[in-house]
Design a protein around this ligand. Structure first.
Ligand SMILES: NC(=O)c1ccc[n+]([C@@H]2O[C@H](COP(=O)([O-])OP(=O)(O)OC[C@H]3O[C@@H](n4cnc5c(N)ncnc54)[C@H](O)[C@@H]3O)[C@@H](O)[C@H]2O)c1
Length: 481
């Protein structure tokens, strides 16, 4: 870093008393300069971040720092660098890391409840950001991230790597939007991914002494640990995770919205489902339908965490996809069965076209860090915010739901053939898993009206309470004007 840049940062930091807002940091770097990246949180996914940047060392990218609140994870990460005789600085507290002016970009793979705060703090400290999906834990904070990226002139890439399938999924979406299969009737996302019971902890669990639990909880309430495994299983607790809808599902929610070309949240949403088939410490649904009632065509999302049947290991597939997207059109349909390809079929089910190919999402982030052009990002934060928030609004309807009998549900969705089809198939799937939905009623959320302009629900305080929940001091996501 140039001395001038450091001087400007220090004097501004001193005058404002907050993290420096560095609009100029990159303008002063020349394209050939090394980009110093810090990876924040690498218990699982962050490992791919580390290798994603280390793989670009010949292109002037250096992993200069690692940060994890678990000292055990941190030490293991540092050892991986030492083995290769590489220097890396370790941190447990993100705030200390962000004071390091030599870091140009951060790459965040912490649990979801930390994504927005870590991203905004990083931007305010002058760093570009790669942040895992879902980019937010609630609707409001996701929008603050978009505002922050624009206000501070930062590149913010969402970790939805299928967006780097330009010649694959992107080309298919464009082809559909050009009307090659007629009008879109429905965009359907599927997350049929096996999720077993996480077990039941008998009372509060001991926090391993390698973990700074206050920092781990961060913006979320600091409550006793009531699941067996602290790491990873937070996905199924509302205070930190967003269920599989906001875990695996966000990738397919994003692709389903990509095909529709929608750049706003849906004006009406409802959801139903349950955590069925076992009893454990998880709270989120393992079986769920979300219906986004876009004017052009609905977006329906289906989550299934149970297998094909009680005895089976394999998961269901629908029209060739298990974790994928199916776009129904007037003259055929397109299936996206992976993160990098799409296949078009005519009305008779004959394959008529296929698209394949993908680029490296981490490389694309670095490219945009150098070019300083938001348009160069394959998954700009606005895309990440919208797709993440479609998961959140779906979950809000579900969380406001009440248990209902199948007949009452059928009555409610009567006349909507797509919703009926999804519900009937869900019932059959559950029956095969020994779940009788008369005995174990489904939770049905209310249809909620949403204003895509203000990104708030209309006349519904209970729903809006989930749009912007309170934060725990001092881990408060700042409001960005
Ligand atoms: N893009 C993908 O394909 C993909 C795949 C898997 C996971 N993910 C996402 O990556 C994120 C992490 O998932 P995971 O499975 O690795 O979770 P994990 O719980 O296994 O790992 C998270 C790590 O973050 C650390 N951490 C928590 N708070 C921190 C903080 N404030 N500062 C620094 N470190 C902190 C934890 O100690 C842990 O080591 C999630 O948001 C998940 O949705 C994305």
């Amino acid at each position: 870093m140039t001395n001038r840049r450091r001087f400007v940062q220090q004097s501004l930091a001193a005058s404002t008393g907050v993290f420096y807002i560095a609009k100029t940091s990159w303008a002063q770097k020349s394209p050939g300069d090394t980009i110093n990246v810090a990876v924040i949180g690498f218990g699982g996914r962050g490992g791919s971040h580390i290798s994603g940047y280390r793989g670009q060392s010949k292109d002037g990218v250096r992993v200069a720092a690692l940060c994890d609140v678990d000292q055990k994870v941190l030490s293991k990460g540092i050892a991986g660098f030492e083995k290769d005789k590489l220097q890396v600085t370790g941190y447990t507290d993100i705030r200390k890391l962000l004071e390091n002016k030599d870091i140009d970009a951060v790459s965040i793979a912490t649990p979801n409840h930390w994504h927005s705060l870590a991203s905004i703090w990083a931007m305010q400290a002058g760093k570009d950001v790669y942040v895992e999906k879902p980019v937010s834990h609630n609707v409001w904070e996701g929008r603050q991230m978009v505002k922050a990226a624009r206000r501070y002139g930062k590149m913010v890439q969402t970790g939805t790597q299928s967006r780097s399938s330009r010649e694959g999924i992107g080309a298919a979406a464009k082809w559909v939007q050009e009307g090659n299969l007629g009008k879109i009737l429905l965009s359907r996302g599927l997350c049929y991914k096996k999720r077993g019971s996480i077990g039941k902890a008998e009372g509060p669990q001991t926090i391993p002494d390698t973990i700074d639990y206050d920092l781990w909880c961060g913006p979320a309430p600091k409550t006793a640990l009531t699941r067996k495994r602290l790491h990873y299983d937070w996905h199924w607790t509302w205070a930190y995770g967003n269920g599989d809808l906001g875990n695996q599902g966000i990738h397919q929610m994003d692709i389903a919205r990509w095909f529709l070309g929608e750049m706003a949240l849906s004006p009406r949403v409802w959801s139903l489902g349950g955590r069925l088939g076992y009893e454990d410490d998880g709270e989120t649904a393992n079986t769920q339908i979300v219906y986004h009632d876009y004017e052009k065509a609905p977006l329906i999302f289906e989550v299934r965490g149970l297998p094909q049947s009680k005895e089976a290991k394999d998961m269901d597939k629908f029209k060739g996809a298990g974790v994928g997207v199916i776009v129904e059109c007037e003259r055929g349909h397109v299936v996206v069965p992976s993160y990098s390809n799409a296949i078009a079929y005519d009305r008779e089910g004959k394959q008529i076209k296929e698209w394949k190919g993908s680029e490296d999402h981490f490389k694309n982030f670095i490219l945009a860090c150098r070019s300083r052009r938001v348009e160069d990002l394959h998954a700009d934060i606005l895309e990440g915010h919208l797709s993440s928030a479609l998961c959140h609004t779906g979950n809000i309807s579900y969380r406001l739901g009440k248990q209902a009998q199948p007949d009452a549900i059928r009555e409610q969705i009567q006349g909507d053939r797509f919703a009926q089809d999804s519900f009937d198939r869900m019932g059959e799937h559950l029956a095969k898993n020994g779940v009788d939905i008369k005995q174990n009623p489904i939770t049905v959320g209310p249809p909620l009206k949403f204003d895509p302009e203000t990104e708030r629900f209309i006349d519904n305080d209970a729903a809006n309470a989930f749009v912007r929940p309170p934060y725990r001091e001092p881990y408060v996501v700042p409001e960005i004007s």
